[in-house]
Design a protein around this ligand. Structure first.
Ligand code: MN
Length: 228
């Protein structure tokens, strides 16, 4: 087969403690998955089903790569999140077998152009321009679950210029990882290579060019990069 233009490379994320790479197929995201964050955004955590959206796989930024402050916003927000990497998938995955699909876990940032998201919410428009832009999904290396298990009780933290901005425990997630996989597979056929950003705790706020971000999840990994 001859392509008429040169194909773009497959996005891939390094595997912790290895020379190997995890090839990325799609990036799914969960919105409003920590009660304190739902409240800070003006919602009611008990009345809302999981909110799913997606980013292109090309939105990934790998460990230690700089993020350029994006165009078309004056209010770029950080959202630190546990990321799930899938080794298999399917449709209508049962809750009991959902964790069998997991390859491993990583630390990610779901960058959000909050000003554009507010306009979209107010006008009932899609979130794509607020969420799915270039370099909107920094990610650490992926730690295989064969090493770290399936973390359910772990501190998640984001520091900017060494000051804590977000701190919580992933056990505060409204929808657990198996529930997210099972629910998401009711809408999409999940595949190996899919990543799921599982939502952010409270404390989201703006970042600026010149900031250094350091994100950690206990037992999973660490992510550090600069905004330029
Ligand atoms: Mn998010």
């Amino acid at each position: 087969m001859e392509f008429v233009v040169t194909p773009q490379p497959v996005p891939a994320v390094s595997v912790t403690g290895s020379e190997d790479f995890f090839p990325v197929h799609r990036i799914y995201c969960v919105g409003r998955n920590y009660a304190d964050h739902v409240k800070e955004m003006g919602g009611d955590p008990k009345q809302e089903p999981p909110v799913f959206f997606s980013k292109p796989a090309t939105a990934l930024v790998l460990e230690n790569e700089d993020v350029s402050y994006p165009q078309a916003t004056n209010d770029l927000h950080h959202e630190v999140e546990l990321v799930v990497a899938l080794k298999s998938g399917g449709k209508d995955i049962a809750l009991e077998s959902a964790l069998d699909c997991v390859y491993g876990y990583a630390v990610g940032i779901d960058f959000t152009r909050r000003d554009l998201q507010t306009i979209a919410k107010n006008k009932g428009r899609p979130w794509d321009v607020a969420k799915g832009f270039d370099q909107s999904a920094p990610i650490s290396s992926i730690r295989p679950s064969s090493e770290c298990g399936h973390p359910v009780d772990a501190q998640i933290q984001l520091k900017i210029n060494n000051e804590i901005r977000q701190q919580a425990n992933i056990n505060e997630m409204i929808w657990t990882v198996p529930e997210i996989i099972s629910e998401l597979s009711k809408f999409f056929e999940l595949k190996s290579g899919d990543l799921i950003y599982t939502g952010t705790p409270a404390g989201v706020a703006a970042v600026q060019a010149g900031d250094r971000l350091t994100a950690t999840i206990e037992g999973v990994g660490e992510l550090g990069f600069n905004i330029v």
